[in-house]
Design a binder for this molecule. Structure first.
Ligand code: FES
Length: 149
């Protein structure tokens, strides 16, 4: 009788441990799978500049962002609308160990170790200690000219 109770207790303890581990794995894998709220777009890179037309529905509201990709870029660039006429461009390279950050509404989050940045690339949460690389932008009407140096 006692031995059966012990077996049940051990079984329950092991099952609970397994369920806890499975839940944790599930949570970790979900963090890695959180979709970016910035759609990926192809951008033309010429003479260290990207000229991107911002008059698109994906950038129509303050806080909207797009991920600009080009084979000439080591990391894609996030272009984010700050106001009616102002944008910010930051690299997606996490300054901790180089994973790609993702835009998740009002923060930029790294799926690797959880670093978080605000939409201007400033550090909100470690382990990173450095802000994201920012690019200078010149606006010409609706065209954002991003200087990739
Ligand atoms: S590489 Fe981004 S938090 Fe570690």
């Amino acid at each position: 009788m006692i031995s059966n109770r012990m077996k049940r207790r051990q079984f329950f303890k092991r099952s609970t441990g397994f369920i806890g581990a499975a839940s944790m794995l599930s949570a970790v894998s979900q963090i890695g799978c959180i979709p970016s709220t910035a759609p990926a777009m192809r951008a033309e890179l010429s003479q260290n500049k990207i000229a991107f037309n911002t008059a698109i529905p994906e950038l129509s509201k303050v806080g909207d962002g797009v991920k600009l990709e080009n084979n000439g870029l080591e990391y894609p660039i996030l272009l984010i609308r700050k106001s009616e006429s102002d944008f910010v461009a930051v690299s997606t390279e996490c300054m901790h160990l180089g994973c790609q950050v993702r835009m998740q509404r009002i923060i930029l989050r790294c799926p690797c170790h959880g670093s978080a940045y605000d939409l201007e690339g400033k550090v909100l949460n470690g382990p990173t200690e450095e802000p994201l690389k920012r690019y200078n932008i010149r606006m010409k009407e609706n065209i954002a000219e991003i200087l990739v140096l």
